[in-house]
Design a protein around this ligand. Structure first.
Ligand code: NAP
Length: 260
């Protein structure tokens, strides 16, 4: 299916690795020009090389900046000649015990996983509405639907973003600007593998055993591949997806046990 977005411009925040990079890959494969962002220059340059080698690749611009700061966001927004697509993403907060979290910890999580996306949405929607095309996808987490107690900072901040998006997405769609969230379950990225390595250490088991134990809890009996995530993201950014807004798409190999 031709997604009808060739030659459009996308900003993919935190797009040098993992799920962000997978979204950038899927968009580049559709002929979209991309600005990808991350804090580490070396991984950004490696991602740029990988994206430029894809068939249909157009321009791939990299911006080394912390997307959770106003200066970082300004640099990223300024790098694209026009913005048709915005993928909001940033690193997730650390796990822990809610009794230990200070107001400062909460402010950081809210800034990184809620307010940063809101600031970027604010920055792009007026122009997207004026040009009568815009697609915004926020990478959140399956924890929005099925909270994980040790990830309370993530549960709270991402649920806040989800509530904001639910309201605002209904106010832009008449101008062909949609805003949706994708909720990943367990995907085979650096972040997941680091978390599992820490779990293995804590429980005195090997990494292979820890991986197997996690996979057994997922009905699909495996982790998601980042490219599977990227494909859903690209579809939500397509011309065809104009009638889908304010939705939350769980992609978790069946891990969430509910009917809805
Ligand atoms: P990942 O493989 O660790 O990749 C994270 C990417 O984000 C890297 O490119 C990293 O580059 C960039 N990044 C992190 N903080 C940044 C910042 N402040 N400014 C700019 N770039 C930043 O992680 P992932 O698995 O793709 O996860 C992406 C998001 O999905 C996270 O919020 C995570 O919590 C969430 N999530 C992931 C899973 C999963 O199973 N993978 C499940 C649920 C939710 P630099 O470090 O160089 O900046």
């Amino acid at each position: 299916m031709d997604l009808g977005i060739k030659d459009r411009w996308a900003i993919v925040c935190a797009g040098s690795k993992g799920l962000g990079k997978a979204c950038a890959k899927a968009l580049v494969s559709e002929g979209v020009n991309v600005v990808i962002n991350g804090r580490t220059e070396s991984s950004l340059l490696a991602a740029q090389k990988e994206l430029e080698a894809l068939p249909n690749a157009g321009k791939v611009i990299v911006v080394a900046a912390d997307i959770t700061t106003p200066e970082g966001r300004e640099k990223v927004l300024a790098a694209a000649p026009q913005i048709d697509i915005l993928i909001n993403n940033a690193g997730g907060p650390p796990p822990g015990n809610y009794l230990d979290w200070t107001t400062e910890d909460w402010m950081k999580a809210l800034n990184n996983n809620m307010l940063t996306a809101i600031e970027l949405i604010k920055a792009v929607t007026p122009k997207m509405q004026a040009q009568q095309f815009g697609r915004i996808v926020n990478i959140t987490s399956s924890a929005v639907k099925a909270p994980i107690s040790v990830l309370g900072l993530s549960n709270g901040a991402r649920a806040g973003l989800t509530g904001f998006v639910a309201g605002i997405a209904r106010t832009t769609v008449h101008d062909n600007v949609t805003i949706n969230n994708i909720l990943p379950g367990a995907f085979a990225t650096d972040r997941l593998l680091q978390t599992i390595a820490a779990e293995a250490d804590k429980n005195g088991i090997s990494q292979e055993e820890a991986v197997d134990a996690r996979m057994q809890k997922i009905p699909a009996k495996r982790f998601g591949q980042p490219d599977e995530f990227g494909a859903l993201c690209a579809y939500l950014c397509s011309e065809q997806a104009a009638y889908i807004t304010g939705q939350n798409f769980l992609i978790d190999g069946g891990a969430y046990p509910g009917t809805f």
